[in-house]
Design a protein around this ligand. Structure first.
Ligand SMILES: [Zn+2]
Length: 122
């Protein structure tokens, strides 16, 4: 089991992050977006995240508003984070923590499918 600070990387290794935060507040969501990419959300302050390699390209998928984005590696497609939360919070993909077994994380479930505000997308 990895320990703090945690290192995250995409599958091809182009994007690597280090996160100095406790591994808590983990959430799975079944909304139209989250169920498709299957990440486990890990909510941390953006200030706790360090890019280990500068000048790397993240691709983003934007919906509803320009500041709400799903960020992923444009080369291998790994989901890395979701942005657009208030107070400088970012939802990292805990499944991208190096050496992690997502089955051991004990993420809670959020019924985004029925509890999220309706949007314009399916
Ligand atoms: Zn990649």
């Amino acid at each position: 089991m990895p320990s703090r600070p945690y290192r995250l990387s995409c599958h091809c290794g182009n994007i690597r992050l280090e996160v100095d935060a406790d591994l808590e507040d983990l959430l799975e969501c079944n909304c139209s977006m989250c169920r498709r990419f299957g990440a486990i959300h890990w909510y941390v302050e953006a200030s706790a995240i360090t890019l280990l390699d500068e000048k790397r390209a993240l691709s983003s998928y934007v919906w509803r508003a320009v500041h709400e984005a799903h960020q992923f590696c444009g080369t291998c497609g790994t989901s890395l984070m979701r942005t657009g939360y208030p107070n400088g919070v970012v939802a990292l993909n805990a499944c991208a923590i190096e050496e992690i077994d997502p089955f051991t994380l004990g993420a809670k479930r959020f019924d985004g499918r029925s509890k999220m505000e309706p949007g314009v997308l399916p």
